[in-house]
Design a protein around this ligand. Structure first.
Ligand code: AMP
Length: 269
């Protein structure tokens, strides 16, 4: 079992297989052993590289090996930029939890929905919390969660966290974490602000850079079409209907009346 060779338990490897994960992806091969060793990780990886399982599997194994505590203390905090990513990471976490030698609780929290069910769920604590920054701070302010026992922080899609304006929230959260902890930092891009954040967080990180597969790179061609302002909506409607399912675009002079626009741009491209 290839995941066992990376250091995961047979039960976790079986849980991975049940999720369709039989052969580790490159980021999983590189990251799983390092995470299990307790190293900080700086991962350059896109969505689709398998980065979620690359941190979820080893972190849950570590958690499962810890002695239970009552109430439960939050040991792993995963910060994500969006509700969708929180849900996706949460699904992987919840699928793997039954494979652990003891019962662990996960809380997946994000904004845009009522906070009350999330507060109720957090009663009694949760060892692993996946959160968007704003909602996490709301829950901290409501005394629904404490971060003083966090052993591992994961920043997933760190570039998007900053792009979406979470820098201040991140700073507040980081100030609440224990200084000694493991940090896993994943980002698809490394603009200066992302590099600065990585530099601030990570201690002698293992660097893992996974180049995007050609299939991961969207096939986008940019093109400008000159059009009179009153006819923009009409043009847009035409482009959407005629280009649906096609990767090809075309342009035509703005003087062409809409009645003479081609029904299929692809035919003219
Ligand atoms: P991620 O990059 O974590 O967003 O993962 C993207 C997709 O790849 C998810 O649908 C995973 O189920 C799938 N995936 C992750 N690891 C593997 C693997 N080792 N083998 C096959 N599929 C995988």
């Amino acid at each position: 079992m290839p995941f066992v060779e990376l250091g995961l338990s047979p039960a976790l490897a079986r849980a991975a297989a049940a999720l369709g994960l039989h052969q580790p992806t490159p980021i999983q091969s590189a990251a799983v052993p390092e995470v299990l060793r307790g190293r900080d990780v700086l991962g350059t990886a896109q969505t689709g590289s398998g980065k979620t399982a690359a941190f979820v599997l080893p972190l849950l194994q570590q958690l499962g090996d810890e002695p239970p505590q009552a109430p439960r203390r939050t040991r792993v905090l995963v910060l994500v930029p969006t509700r969708e990513l929180a849900t996706q990471v949460g699904e992987t976490v919840r699928a793997v939890l039954p494979a652990l030698p003891r019962r662990l609780k996960a809380a997946i929290v994000f904004g845009g929905v009522s906070i009350n069910p999330q507060m109720l769920h957090l009663r009694g604590g949760a060892e692993i919390v996946v959160a968007t920054p704003g909602r996490l701070l709301d829950l901290i302010d409501q005394h629904a969660i404490r971060l003083d026992a966090v052993a591992t922080l994961v920043l997933d899609e760190a570039d998007r966290l900053l792009d979406l304006g979470f820098a201040e929230e991140l700073a507040r959260i980081l100030a609440l974490l224990p200084a000694r902890r493991q940090n896993l930092f994943f980002s698809a891009t490394f603009a200066p602000a992302v590099q600065a954040l990585a530099g601030q967080l990570l201690r002698e990180p293992v660097r893992i850079a996974i180049a995007a597969e050609p299939a991961d790179r969207p096939d986008i061609t940019q093109r400008a079409i000159a059009v009179d302002a009153p006819r923009r909506t009409q043009l847009l409607r035409h482009l959407i209907t005629s280009m649906a399912g096609s990767a090809r675009w075309c342009s035509w002079p703005p003087s062409t009346p809409p009645s003479r626009w081609p029904t299929s741009c692809a035919a003219r491209a």
